[in-house]
Design a binder for this molecule. Structure first.
Ligand SMILES: Nc1ncnc2c1ncn2[C@@H]1O[C@H](COP(=O)(O)OP(=O)(O)OP(=O)(O)O)[C@@H](O)[C@H]1O
Ligand SMILES: [Mg+2]
Length: 365
């Protein structure tokens, strides 16, 4: 099992684009890390540098303490599944999966056959073994590409959005398979995605990337429960955290959070260990996750809102409301299947221990 360390990694393309801007983190041997972030934030670039397909402009990449910067891709023992995977068009599914093994020449033929069979079963490709790539659907091709990367059992697995062409059901099945597979094989893995559900479910830890910079790294629980900044808070979680922009005001009841012409929340009603920056006059953004708002109950901090939309999703209902005509729209997630009428004013309450405050720069207060 291989430990990977990145120290101040920078990628500057010749076009002048700085795609990765000083990223540092360590991955434990056998760990599975997901890198998540919006399109264009540098995820593929970072992965390609780890694979050796892209030069590192600055910084140091190490595998087990050994500097890899100048080691060629083929000598890094890395299995990679690309966003735009390419299969060998003239080879069958079975030959594509076997390819990295047959290339090595030192693996006995029956081992190759057994390995290919095992991988094909795992990926449900058994009935397609004699087909050529052009005779497969996009999802089937993607599974063959996965199979080809794992058949060799490399020291490091790198996945670049390998499930993007699959339908929702197959994607959730493959999520489980990939997690199981990585555990069984024991290789250290990095999985790149812009899908927060994949990030939450696949890895041991998540690294959140934005504009080529690392925002936070931690377990799914840490990232979800204590996001370092507004970006991470908004990126992880579906539906997204509600953000209400406002300011702190002094009153006879103590400090208040006030939205301009909207929500007012007395801070002393909250169970929150505030940093010193939350003082009268400060601008602040309040963050509330949709599941921390309840509707109908009277416990917690109350807010009144006019229902502007409802979405019935079967296992839950999303209620969108506004505290005043100029307020932000807030989403409340409830298990109740009763839908209040649009336009009706109802009482919501906020769980007093589950609020987040962010300053003007988006940092936690
Ligand atoms: N070969 C290249 N030359 C110049 N700029 C590039 C090159 N490849 C990528 N970029 C730029 O670098 C930035 C990061 O690209 P990258 O492909 O790493 O993003 P990503 O996070 O993988 O996005 P996506 O989720 O869309 O795949 C983008 O602004 C992109 O336009
Ligand atoms: Mg990409």
């Amino acid at each position: 099992m291989t430990a990977i360390s990145l120290e101040n990694i920078v990628k500057r393309y010749t076009s002048g684009v700085e795609a990765v801007r000083g990223v540092s983190f360590c991955i434990e041997p056998g760990e599975f890390l997901t890198i998540v972030g919006p399109s264009g934030c540098g995820k593929s670039t970072l992965l390609r540098m780890i694979a050796g397909l892209e030069d590192i402009s600055e910084g140091t990449l190490k595998f087990d303490g050994q500097v890899m910067n100048n080691i060629g891709a083929k000598d890094r023992d890395v299995g990679m599944v690309f966003q735009n995977y390419a299969l060998y068009p003239h080879l069958t599914v079975a030959e594509n999966i076997a390819f990295p093994l047959t290339m090595r020449r030192d693996i006995p033929k029956n081992t190759v056959e057994a390995r290919v069979k095992e991988v094909a079963n795992m990926l449900e490709l058994g009935s397609l073994m004699h087909r050529k790539p052009k005779e497969l659907s996009g999802g089937q091709r993607q599974r063959v590409a996965l199979g080809r990367a794992i058949s060799r059992r490399p020291r490091v697995f790198l996945f670049d959005e390998p499930l993007s062409n699959l339908d929702a059901k197959l994607r959730s099945q493959m999520r489980l398979e990939i997690t199981r597979l990585q555990k069984n094989v024991g290789s250290t893995g990095i999985y790149v995605t812009h899908d927060q559900t994949e990030a939450m479910t696949i890895g041991n830890r998540i690294a959140v990337l934005r504009d080529g910079k690392l925002q936070q790294i931690g377990t799914p629980r840490e990232i979800y429960g204590s996001p370092a900044n507004e970006f991470t808070a908004g990126f992880i979680g579906n539906p997204s955290m509600n953000f209400i922009r406002g300011f702190i005001e002094d009153s006879t009841e103590g400090l208040l959070f006030c939205e301009q012409n909207g929500i007012i929340i007395p801070l002393n009603a909250l169970q929150y260990s505030f940093k010193k920056s939350l003082v009268a006059g400060a601008k602040a953004t309040l963050g509330i996750r949709p599941e921390h708002l309840t509707y109908i109950t009277v416990q917690g901090v109350p807010i009144w809102g006019e229902i502007i939309a409802t979405e019935f999703l079967g296992h839950e209902t999303l209620l969108y409301f506004r505290a005043s005509p100029k307020s932000s729209v807030i989403c409340c997630r409830t298990e109740q299947s009763y839908l209040p009428q649009i336009g009706k004013t109802v009482n919501f309450s906020i769980r007093p221990d589950a609020l987040y405050f962010f300053d003007e720069n988006g940092e936690r207060m």
